[in-house]
Design a protein around this ligand. Sequence first.
Ligand SMILES: [Zn+2]
Length: 89
Amino acid sequence: MKREIIGKKCMKEKTNLFKEVSGDQEWTKNVKGIAKGNYLCDFCGFEIKKGEICYARSIVSRLSSNQYYSWEDDYINTNPVLIKLRESN
Ligand SMILES: [Zn+2]
């Protein structure tokens, strides 16, 4: 499994690139949340500051033994109430 943190701007502007897929060989999963620390967007390298909305993206190969496990909570807060609050201001 490949893990990426993607900034809100990239997720919005590169929608096609980051859309979730479920293919024969791989599938992807995007989880929206609030950054728990300061990160760099894995696509563009732009800074994602703690407290900003970002996405945890998993790319999982069906052919690999390295299967998906839940990792998002270590990096982002996925509480929907907090996300809504964050997005409204
Ligand atoms: Zn980016």
